[in-house]
Design a protein around this ligand. Structure first.
Ligand code: GDP
Ligand code: CA
Length: 323
């Protein structure tokens, strides 16, 4: 039944995004999934460019991922990091030896003048990843946080300080000047379905939407757009989302997440236990799929993807809406 979908675009961050991407890649015909990835978490370490969300997508979609932690390369060692520690360098960012290989190659290619898009496309091909991965932008975009300890870059807050400093405000530096790549705009215009992964809305999806023109490209696409909640019973499956939403004065509910995507999503997927959210979103005029939204391993992710794709067949296509 799900064969109707020939070109699906997924907006994604790291771990939650990659799980959804893997489920969709398993459920869809090969070659039909394009992922638009967050780059707001990107950071330089020891002169090397690290793109945590792209890397998690790459490793997951090529079955190199450390399945236990959901990021990094399975079975990786940390000899390079040990040497860096011996040499007195800060080593709070956990970069494995195999991981370093990718960062060295990417940084070398960037210095040779290649774009992040071209580099990511080549890595995707060479690793045999099961979907295309497009950075939301090739331009510089960095998530910064105003905390009770002052302004911080994302990785020092997230990894360095384990999300402890309380967040008062988020900013996506460079978003106003950042332009989406032509392939991302083309993929959205040609999509027959757009999916917003159950990624962190504030830290993974909103930096993508902040890239000039991307939000508009999604809103004007003919394809229906469906989001998946990252919250189950008001709790994040993993990570700082619930606390961050509370710190910033938002309700910690699936309905509140969906409303942040107001004007973009036609439908939302919430957990079967979250009945109040389903009712609230239906009252807002959204189509709602209530089901088990926990992705326990690749088969569980595929099960959720198949249910989502089946449900999305009931959503209207709006050809007149295409720009
Ligand atoms: P990050 O960039 O690595 O932080 O990852 P994302 O932003 O892509 O995803 C983080 C979000 O994924 C968290 O808020 C989790 O609640 C959510 N998440 C992780 N696993 C699952 C899952 O199995 N089901 C759902 N619905 N959400 C998940
Ligand atoms: Ca991330």
């Amino acid at each position: 039944m799900t064969v109707r979908w020939n070109s699906v675009v997924l907006l994604a961050g790291g771990v939650g995004g990659a799980r959804m991407a893997e489920g969709l890649a398993r459920a869809l015909p090969s070659g039909s999934l394009t992922v638009i990835a967050n780059v707001g978490d990107d950071e330089e370490f020891y002169g090397l460019r690290v793109c945590p969300d792209i890397d998690t997508l790459l490793y997951t979609l090529s079955d190199r991922i450390d399945r236990g932690q959901g990021w990094g390369v399975g079975g990786d060692t940390v000899k390079a990091l040990d040497v860096l520690r011996d040499l007195g360098a800060p080593t709070w960012m956990k970069l494995g030896d195999a991981d370093f290989g990718l960062h060295i190659w990417r940084s070398w290619r960037l210095r040779e003048g290649d774009s992040l898009s071209a580099i990511t496309a080549e890595a995707t091909k060479r690793f045999g990843a099961a979907a295309k991965i497009l950075p939301a932008t090739d331009d510089r975009l960095r998530t910064r946080l105003d905390t009770d300890e002052g302004w911080m870059d994302f990785q020092p807050w997230f990894v360095g300080r384990h999300c402890k400093p309380k967040v008062k405000e988020l900013r996506f530096d460079g978003a106003g000047d950042a332009r989406p790549g032509a392939p991302a705009l083309a993929a959205l215009a040609a999509a027959d379905l757009i999916v917003i992964a159950p990624s962190n809305p504030l830290l993974s999806i909103e930096p993508i939407l902040a890239v000039s023109g991307l939000r508009e490209a999604i809103a004007s696409a003919a394809a229906p757009c469906i989001g998946v909640s990252p919250l189950i019973g008001g709790k994040a499956v993993k990570g700082p989302l619930a606390r961050l939403m509370a710190d910033l004065g938002h309700q910690v509910t699936s309905a509140a997440v969906a409303r942040r995507y107001g004007g973009l999503v036609d439908a939302f997927v919430v957990d079967a236990g979250d009945r109040a959210d389903a009712g609230a979103l239906e009252a807002d005029g959204l189509a709602v799929l209530s089901t088990d939204i926990l992705m326990n391993g690749p088969p569980g992710a595929e099960r959720l993807a198949r249910e989502l794709l089946e449900f999305a067949l009931t959503l209207p296509v709006q050809p007149g809406r295409a720009a």
